[in-house]
Every structure is written in C-alpha cells, then in structure tokens.
Design a binder for this molecule. Structure first.
Ligand code: SF4
Length: 512
C-alpha cells in the first residue's frame, strides 16, 4: 500500500495512487451501476442550456442548494453576542451540531451552544422533560449568566410552548426563580437565519425591557445583524463611532467570542453586550440597524418603546459608509471628523488607481439581502456590472430595492435581480448568461469548477479559506479590503490566462 508509517501521505496525493484509483474504478463498475460517462456528460451539458434554464426557473416545490440557513443558526449567533450567555436550542442534537460546526468552520473558533436533545419520545409526548433537565444541566455545568432559548423544526412541529416550559423549569428548581432566560420561537420552515437573528434579538430585548420604564437619553444603540465578518466589522464600527465621540451600545457583539486568543486559557464566554448595557439600551435616543433585513420585528418593537429607529444595508464602499456616517451624525448630532473624511478620500483614490481594471467587469452576486444590496452598490461604484444578483431569502420588495440601485447607475442597465432563487438556479443563469466573476460564499466553489468562473469569497460561510473574517469589510477601511480582494482575483485570473510561454504570455506583465 502507498501509505506507510514512515511517510504519511495526506488524502490529496494518497487517493491518486494506483491502488486507490483501481479501487474507485471497481467500485464504479460493480456497485454504482450508473449511466456511461458519455451520457452523464451529455446530460450535464444539456443542464447548461436555455431549455433547461427555463424548466429550472419554473421550479416551485423544491430548493436545490439554497443560499441560506435555518432560523436557529441566526438565533444562536445573536445570543452569542451577549455576555456570558449560553445559546440553548430546544430540539434535536443534530441541528445544534450543524449550527456549531457551521460557525466554527467559518470563524475557526469553538462555538458554544447546547440542545435539549429531543428524540422520538419527546416528539410524541412533548419536550417539556427535556427542557426541564436541559436547563438544569446547562445552568449547573456551564454556569452562564443567561440562557437564550430558541427552537428547531421538531419542537415547532409539535407546538412546544417555550414560555410554559421555561416556567416549569423554574418551578422544578432547574434554574433560580429570577434567572434570565429570554427566548424566541424560531421555526425553521419559515424565513431563514436572518429571521432567527431578528426573533432572538427581539426576544432578548423584550425580556429585559418589559420589566422597565424608559427614561429617554442621548445614546445610540447599534445592531450589527448576522454577519460573518462581525469580528472585524464590529471593531471597525466601534473605531468609527469612537472617532465621532458617540455614546453607543452594540446590541449583540460577537467580536470577542469568535476571536479568542491562544494563551493557554479556554474562554467559553468572551466579551459581548452585558445585561446592564442591554437594560440601559432601552433609554437610548435611537437604534440603528446595520442590516435592515435582519431586524424588522426588532426595530418595530424598539420604535414602540419610543426610540427613533433607522436601518442601513450593510455599509460597504463609499456610498454605503457615507450613509452610515451621515445617519449616525443625524441621530446623535455628532460631526464626522476629518480623519474619516481622509479615509474616504483614500478609498476613492485607490478605486480610481485601479479603475481601468475594474471598469466593465461583470459579476454574479449572491448572499443575504443586505449583503447583496451592499455589493451591488459597491460594484457599480467601481464601474462594474452586477449582472445577476441572487438572494434565496430575498423578498419582492428587496428585489425592487436592488432594481432601484441598478437604475441609479448606467452600469446597472441590463442587470437582473433574482429573489427566492437558489444556487442551482444560479448555475443555469451563469451557464446561459455568464459573468466574469462570482461573489459569494465557499459554496460557489462548485459553480467555479463547473462553469470556469472565478469565485471571490466575501460572505458567510467561508469554510475553505482562513481568516478573511478577521479583516473588516465595513467602512472606508473595509472598502479597501473588499477592493483588494476583488482586484487580486482579477489579476490572478489574468495571470492564469496569459501564462503559456510563447503563446499567451505577451500579456503576462510584471506591472498591471
Ligand atoms: S432545518 Fe430544522 S432539522 Fe434542519 S437543521 Fe434547521 S432546525 Fe434542524
């Protein structure tokens, strides 16, 4: 065998060894009983045709590779941004393993959360016993200051009542009478992870604010929304708010818990919004959501308490950051300092320096609604064309908003927005109307290979590249990072396409 204890081969070279190749060949012939390679290739080609595209776009009852996750992923992410808070998901263990692995694979950090481990008996008789035991175990083993409960499909299908179950937990002594257990029902068969984020954020605020009277103050609350770049983006946001001299509270700040140092100490909880800050946030003058589509119910609730509320669409690039700073200035009365104005000028300068390479490039963008809006705007700022903008969890009103951004620029002419479509739809769109680049998550690497369209990874989840989330995409500084990420891919692609000696290397230039 090619594998030996003296020289351990990684699976990449190992599976290319003749023994393994023979094994794969035999397996295919004897057990897979599939169609011939020619037939498979023929059908694969047909699925790239306009005929197939029309059938695919007419599809109604099936999603294939949707670019979204289910509600509890968002609710547990929101909970993780509160100090010493344990996310507790009432439902089955496998779901929670999925949320944890999703977050850990992206952030390269441990992701703490627990489940009530419902199994078949709980599905039949209800999950109250699981909740009562689960709360007791979570409270005594992991010593959180607060347990934030949400649900999986299973608990929702059988109609478990979180409020009643948590009260049972108190009565049976699982947790102290006055212990904080905010909760949110997060049925996974409606909405997506951004709905779950919204539900949990509202649940936590309601839990604390319903017991208080509001005394209007002058501070600003900021809600980041579900963001795979939150580690660096929240820090960048705080830096900009500090430069403006704003008194603020970030509601759900995951920048510490998903970026703990390696110094010999394991931190199950790190940083985040404290309970006192959350309570005091009721008295803020205003709340600003960085992602409109992550917070509709939360903002409605906050407005009902008497605060001014406003929302943005993920402040990437020049116009996105302008909107953020001007909104903060409007809500707080603070001026935008010269230092930030200078950063703006530097971003504009960098974009102008690279304009000849950016101009006219076409892109397919997919991701969450606010990310798509932000990237659409930024691409247009660079003179590029966001040819397809696709959002599985986007609504018709979201699509109208994207169309309005297209219409605001001559480069938006002919660009198309696709609400409620998935990545299998995107394959058809790109096979028939290709773009130069795809902007999305790691999941598009299969489209990249299949269609030979280079992928630029700029949104959650990024599993197959490391540490991107440690650099901001928000603000003018973040805009530079986004710009460089796009430019690097443009230049790498150009170098790859011009490197055959004596044939195409007349453009394999040292200076671009
Ligand atoms: S969709 Fe339902 S079953 Fe699947 S991971 Fe989400 S909660 Fe669990």
């Amino acid at each position: 065998m090619p594998q030996s204890a003296d020289k351990i081969l990684d699976h990449l070279p190992l599976f290319r060894e003749p023994e393994y190749q023979e094994l794969f060949k035999n397996k295919k012939e004897k057990y897979e009983c599939g169609h011939s390679d020619e037939k498979v290739a023929e059908v694969a080609e047909w699925t790239k045709s306009w005929e197939y595209r029309e059938k695919n776009l007419a599809r109604e009852a099936l999603s294939v590779n949707p670019a979204k996750a289910c509600q509890p992923l968002g609710s547990t992410f929101a909970a993780a941004g509160f100090d010493r808070t344990l996310a507790f998901v009432h439902g089955s263990q496998g779901c929670v393993a999925y949320f944890r692995s999703h977050l850990s694979r992206h952030f390269k950090e441990p992701s703490t959360m627990v489940s009530s481990s419902m199994t078949e008996d709980a599905a039949v008789f209800g999950g109250m016993a699981n909740m009562v035991d689960g709360l007791a175990n979570a409270y005594s083993l992991y010593k959180p200051e607060m347990i934030a409960v949400s649900t999986t499909c299973m608990a929702e299908v059988i109609g478990d009542d979180l409020h009643a179950f948590i009260e049972q937990g108190r009565q049976k002594g699982s947790i102290p009478e006055d212990y904080d257990v905010p909760f949110a029902h997060t049925p996974s068969f409606v909405g997506s992870h951004i709905t779950g984020y919204d539900n949990m954020m509202k649940g936590i605020l309601e839990h604390f604010w319903e017991k208080q009277e509001r005394t209007a103050g002058t501070a600003l609350n900021v809600i980041p929304g579900f963001d795979g770049f939150a580690v660096a983006n929240n820090r960048e946001m705080k830096r900009m708010l500090d430069l403006m001299g704003v008194e603020y509270t970030i509601l759900s700040d995951v920048s510490e818990v998903y970026d703990t140092p390696s110094d010999g100490e394991f931190r199950m909880y790190a940083g985040g919004t404290t309970k006192d800050q959350t309570k005091a946030a009721l008295n803020a003058a205003a709340t600003l959501s960085m992602q409109e589509y992550c917070t509709p119910k939360t903002l409605e609730y906050i407005a009902s308490k008497g605060q001014t509320v406003a929302s943005l669409n993920y402040p990437i690039g020049v116009a996105g950051t302008d909107a953020f700073l001007m909104k903060v200035a409007e809500l707080t009365g603070k001026a935008i300092p010269a230092e930030l104005t200078k950063e703006r000028g530097r971003l504009v300068d960098a974009m102008a320096d690279s304009m000849s390479w950016l101009h006219g490039k076409t892109y397919a963008v997919y991701g969450d609604p606010d990310f798509c809006l932000a990237m659409t705007r930024f691409i247009l700022e660079t003179g590029g064309e966001p040819k397809h903008v696709l959002c599985t969890n986007g609504s018709k009103s979201w699509a109208k908003k994207v169309q309005a951004v297209f219409d605001s620029s001559p480069y938006g002419k002919g660009c198309q927005v696709w609400a409620g479509k998935d990545l299998w739809h995107l394959r058809s769109l790109l096979a028939t109307e290709p773009a130069d680049f795809i902007i999305g998550s790691s999941y598009a690497k299969y489209l990249e290979r299949d269609l030979q369209i280079p992928l630029i990874r700029l949104t959650f989840p990024i599993f197959d590249r490391h540490h991107h989330h440690r650099f901001p995409t928000f603000g003018y500084q973040g805009g530079l990072r986004v710009l460089v990420t796009i430019l690097d891919k443009i230049f790498d692609t150009m170098d790859l396409n011009t490197n055959v000696a004596g044939e195409t290397d007349y453009s394999f230039d040292l200076t671009r």
